[in-house]
Design a protein around this ligand. Sequence first.
Ligand code: 4NP
Length: 159
Amino acid sequence: MARPFSILMLCLGNICRSPTAEGVLRARLQAAGLDGRVHVDSAGTGDSHLGQAPDPRAIACAAGHGVDISMLRARRLALEDFDAFDLILCADRTILHEARIRKPRTSHAQVELLLDWAGQGKKDVPDPYYGTVRDFEHAFRLIDAAAQGIVERVRQGRF
Ligand code: 4NP
């Protein structure tokens, strides 16, 4: 069997936005009966929270939407990720810029903005780390809209 299409969610710390995106996309794919079709993971461009669980506010926010991300652990984007993943989806334009700089010439990975899949014209998932519970909720809704867009594409067999 061909290997499943693979998506890496990318942010700065891998404790707020990208683990949320990993958990939400996995949950939405599972709910749609499509979970075997896509491999999902997440990472951060930075290394300040390596090995840590997601921020407690991100865990609580996701849990409030029925998504458990408590078991995820932060890791840093590795050079090998550019070979291992078909699509790398970045939380904001700064992350996108950084990822494109790091992408080896030999990599065929597509490096794009996560919210380009949400169809709402927004570019960045604002970093909620220094924000409030409301900021986490806002980030979640943006991420969830993108996840639904990705699920729709998978449903249409366009990956
Ligand atoms: P994330 O949020 O990139 O969505 O995981 C952040 C987490 C940690 C920091 C910044 C953003 N930090 O500066 O430590």
